[in-house]
Ligand binder design. Structure first.
Ligand code: HEC
Length: 149
């Protein structure tokens, strides 16, 4: 009898562990209120999630530079968006993701070569490229991305 109880408990624990790991995976594109540099995912954040947070932080800087008509400084290796390891690798490998990523990279190049007068329009175009991909593939962070407009 006692052995059965232990087996039942072991089964329940296993189920619990499974549930937790499922919900961690869900977190990949779950709503984010404020991007943080702290790990959100106890299993470790993916390379792509970390890149995204850095992109968010840099966008905040760019917004300020554009508003002050200062030169735009881009420090991130944006090309990594094509290859960085994602929480759901099959998502980042999809044709759709790769197409959105290339369009986003083009908006970064446009921004890089923008004159001070064009800065704001090109910045907003870049933010719309974040939104387009997120609307289609990863809706959670849209709330924070809106704040970049
Ligand atoms: C080509 C599609 C695509 C583009 C463009 C894109 N993202 Fe993402 N983003 C994703 C995916 C997919 C994830 C989930 C990453 C993961 O968990 O591995 C993500 C995750 C995020 C996250 C959550 C990171 C975390 O803490 O888990 C934020 C914030 C974010 N993106 C902001 C942005 C911003 C800001 C831009 C534009 C500067 C942008 N994204 C452009 C696809 C995209």
């Amino acid at each position: 009898m006692q052995k059965t109880t232990r087996e039942v408990i072991a089964c329940l624990l296993l189920l619990l562990a499974l549930c937790i790991s499922c919900s961690e995976k869900e977190k990949a594109c779950a709503p984010v209120d404020t991007p943080t540099t702290q790990a959100l995912n106890p299993n470790g954040d993916s390379e792509l999630a970390l890149l995204m947070r850095a992109m968010f932080d840099e966008a905040v800087q760019i917004k300020r530079q554009v508003a002050n008509e200062e030169p735009i400084s881009l420090k991130i290796d944006y090309e990594k968006i094509l290859t960085a390891h994602a929480t759901e690798p099959e998502k980042a490998a999809s044709v759709q993701y790769q197409a959105f990523a290339k369009s986003y990279l083009q908006s970064i190049k446009d921004l890089q070569s923008a004159s001070p007068a064009q800065g704001e329009a090109f910045y907003l175009n870049m933010v719309e490229n974040c939104m387009t991909c997120h609307k289609a593939l990863c809706p959670g962070p849209m709330v924070v991305i809106k704040k970049l407009r």
